[in-house]
Design a protein around this ligand. Sequence first.
Ligand SMILES: [Zn+2]
Length: 222
Amino acid sequence: MFLGHYAVGLAAKKVVPKVSLGTLFLAAQLVDLLWPLFLLLGLEHVRIDPGNTAVTPFDFYDYPITHSLIGAILWSVGLGLAYTFLKKDRRAAAVAGLVVFSHWILDLITHRPDLSLGMGGTTYFGLGLWNSIPATLVAECGLFAAGIIVYTRTTAAQDRIGSIGFWSMIGILSLIYVGNIAGPPPSSASIIAVAGNASWLFILWAYWVDKHRTAKSSAGQS
Ligand SMILES: [Zn+2]
């Protein structure tokens, strides 16, 4: 899943309006942001496998540190604790931790059975939404649209960075998604490990545009 994770970050803004969209994107995508680093370190592995599912040409055969259930729980708790330490806001920290965990639930729905429970697991889980391109598109685009509606109803742009900057980010994310689905698979797994790090750009982008938007007074209290 790609857009669906960003959708959770966008929607979470309604629950914790004081938390930057950058932090919420970081939480929603934390394990996918760490994954390329673990690939580069040789601690996790992926191979190119066209037809692995209808949607993805990747075989995620070894990624328990970022994508096992235990891993997801530890990263959720870790981010929650880090947020509490830095910002002294336990409620926002709990929400950020839950947003981290939402990644695993959404991946569980989308991936074929390649998610383990623990680090050394041999039983894998995944409900396989990716076996259907139409169902994947409906789910991802529906979630993304809902997230955008919630975020734009929760916040108002103060200036052009808050409006044009925000909508440009949404546009680029959508284009990348189309490219991922319609484009050819990368030629090697090492390209994924390097290119995957570009996702950090959207974290910075979200911090930037969120600073140029204010929470509307009707937004939920944090
Ligand atoms: Zn993932």
